[in-house]
Design a protein around this ligand. Structure first.
Ligand SMILES: Nc1ncnc2c1ncn2[C@@H]1O[C@H](COP(=O)(O)OP(=O)(O)OP(=O)(O)O)[C@@H](O)[C@H]1O
Ligand SMILES: N[C@@H](CCO)C(=O)O
Length: 317
């Protein structure tokens, strides 16, 4: 379920009067999603998405609005928030912070094909090209500092081998990524899994769910994408999807020498990032609502595969 705060037609009809978007024709609860309440809203002239923010740092919502405004202004396929008649995007509805977005076309790809991988790589490369000049700032909440500070909370739930694996890996990352800021920096999505994209056939209709968005290493974003989009069931990398993503990305933003050098370790660090965040959800901070948590084991498998087989050779720029 993904409606934690139900809304009725008259609440939404009144809410829409703040904007120049037409009158309510239909309101529909959105079943997917785990964090916020989401509704599809149809007016006489537009298809929209209404999000009520249920969790998280509400004082960080202005950062997300600025980032989405910036990316939409640069013609990236993201839902730029709708601003009200006074130019304000961030609203309150049912005592929750609320944003209204254009509804983007498409479905989440379960098994992305090479054309879809190229489209995503191209768009991520374009996004990172412009996001280096984004003026906002929000430190990456899932960076090496977070790994270091948080992993102790799950160690007791792991088998001894896995405790050693996690601790040794984090030691390795400290050696490689201790010099924060050494890699190219910019605004990143921070969670660009397949289920945060919408494809209309092979056309990328949009990238959504920017609530892990932050500023930091661009390479972190690319590694999250490659681990999710190009891993097979056994965790190994599929060369064709890997190359399609990275070649298209590099046509927009070639990786630097230092990024290429640190790439294998970044793949491991972002795999461990999800192993840990999923373990935290399962053991330490389960959701208040009855939701099936994502499987931590998937990212342990990916991590072990990256350690055993290394990274694939990066295509040249
Ligand atoms: N702008 C949009 N256009 C079309 N569909 C959207 C849009 N925004 C959200 N959705 C739909 O609503 C669903 C839930 O949205 P979202 O991912 O933002 O929710 P969430 O609660 O933050 O979930 P999670 O963090 O688990 O992905 C998406 O999977 C998608 O189907
Ligand atoms: N994409 C995350 C969940 C949302 O942050 C995961 O797969 O664990």
């Amino acid at each position: 379920m993904a409606v934690f705060t139900p809304l009725n037609d008259s609440q939404v009809a009144d809410f829409l009067e703040r904007f120049d978007v037409g009158r309510l024709v239909a309101l529909e609860d959105v079943a997917s999603g785990t964090e916020n309440s989401t509704f599809f809203v149809t007016t006489g002239c537009q298809s929209l998405v209404l999000t009520l923010f249920e969790q998280g740092e509400h004082d960080e919502l202005p950062f997300f609005v600025e980032l989405l405004d910036y990316l939409a202004d640069h013609r990236l396929p993201v839902p730029g928030p709708v601003h009200d008649c006074h130019g304000i995007a961030l609203q309150t509805l049912a005592d929750k912070p609320a944003l209204l977005f254009p509804r983007l076309p498409g479905k989440h790809p379960k098994a992305p094909n090479l054309t879809q991988c190229r489209a995503l790589g191209d768009t991520l490369g374009r996004m990172h090209f412009v996001s280096q000049r984004f003026a906002g700032h929000r430190p990456n909440p899932r960076d090496l500092h977070w790994l270091l500070a948080s992993h102790h909370q799950v160690l007791a739930y792991l088998a001894p081998d896995d405790q050693t694996l996690m601790a040794d890996e984090i030691d390795t990352y400290q050696g490689v990524f201790g010099d924060a800021g050494a890699l190219p920096q910019g605004a990143i999505h921070g969670d660009l899994f397949r289920d945060n994209t919408l494809f209309d056939g092979d056309t990328l209709g949009g990238i959504i769910d920017f609530y892990n968005g932050c500023t930091g290493d661009l390479l972190f974003d690319l590694a999250i994408v490659v681990n999710d989009w190009a891993s097979d069931a056994d965790g190994s990398l599929d060369r064709e999807r890997h190359d399609a993503l990275i070649e298209a990305y590099q046509a927009r933003r070639p990786l630097t020498d230092v990024e290429r050098e640190r790439w294998p370790t970044m793949l491991r660090m972002t795999a461990l990032r999800y192993w840990l965040s999923r373990l935290l959800v399962v053991y330490v901070d389960p959701p208040a609502h009855e939701l099936t948590p994502h499987d931590p084991e998937r990212f342990r498998t990916i991590l072990k595969s990256r350690i055993a087989h290394g990274a694939l050779p990066l295509p040249s720029a």
